[in-house]
Ligand binder design. Structure first.
Ligand code: DGL
Length: 268
């Protein structure tokens, strides 16, 4: 039976979810973490709800087999497609990134005009619309898929003129609509936060789902009596379903550590 010293499981379609591990470790350094990146089947953001849900169930099973006490769905596309299915399938606290991101956005907005950017799957699911409107019925939510941001981040072009041009093109519609909060609804986008903030201009607050979910994880652990009381830094284990050479390089970019040890996992 998992207990408070058991690890927190985190899964993502690939390596981008390390932005969530980074935010979690900064907030909860004494917790242990097991990460699964489904690099063999990435991207999820272009796939259908039923496929993403099937993959998410398999990813969650992999983490449960390793004794995790909670599962964090780091991937926005998986959170939007499958959190409800995971909660009905598994008897363990499961937390996705959509609800915490929507809550943070509602708290931050003055105008009630909220922008959301993410993959096609996340935007088409309208999950952020639904969550935001539950909390703030009069809100105006404008969502825009930005599929080119994922490869640009993986290329390491975080502050490149090409990335800026792409951002200007994607975000014009949101700027013209007068959004005062922009939700970064994808694991990769926190790495573009400075550039996106600059393109949006001073009046826009950036809400990053990685930071929002780590605050929610802290509260949920406390509520369930599952917070790790250890005073020493926790352990982190990283698993991926395919291990191309680029994985460690991208992992370094997301986590900022050089000695990232990654194990190959079999999921499915
Ligand atoms: N992790 C995905 C997300 O946050 C981005 C990459 C993908 O499409 O799988 O939506």
């Amino acid at each position: 039976m998992p207990n408070s010293s058991s690890p927190i499981g985190v899964f993502d379609s690939g390596i981008g979810g390390l932005s969530v591990v980074k935010a979690l470790t900064e907030r909860l350094p004494n917790e242990n973490y097991i990460y699964l990146g489904d690099t063999a089947r990435v991207p999820y953001g272009t796939k259908t709800k039923s496929t993403i849900t099937r993959f998410s169930i398999q990813d969650t099973r992999f983490l449960l087999d390793r004794g995790v006490k909670m599962v964090v769905v780091a991937c926005n596309s998986a959170s939007s497609a499958s959190v409800d299915a995971l909660r009905s399938e598994f008897d363990i606290p499961i937390i996705g990134v959509i609800e915490p991101g929507a809550q943070a956005a509602v708290k931050a907005t003055n105008s009630g005009v909220i922008g959301v950017i993410g993959t096609e799957a996340t935007v088409n699911s309208q999950c952020y619309h639904r969550e935001i409107l539950k909390l703030k019925p009069g809100a105006n939510v404008i969502a825009k898929p930005c599929p080119l941001f994922v490869p640009l981040v993986e290329e390491g072009w975080l502050n490149d003129s090409i990335t800026r041009q792409v951002a200007e093109k994607y975000l014009t519609e949101l700027k013209d609509a007068g959004v005062d909060v922009l939700i970064l609804g994808c694991t990769h986008y926190p790495l573009l936060a400075p550039l996106l903030a600059d393109v949006m201009g001073k009046g826009t607050t950036i809400v990053d789902s990685a930071s929002s979910v780590s605050a929610a994880v802290e509260s949920l652990l406390a509520e369930k009596g599952l917070s790790n009381t250890s005073t020493s830094p926790g352990r982190r284990e990283f698993h991926v379903t395919d291990l191309p050479a680029k994985v460690s390089q991208i992992g370094r970019m997301f986590l900022g550590i050089d000695d990232l040890e990654i194990e190959l996992a079999e999921v499915g």
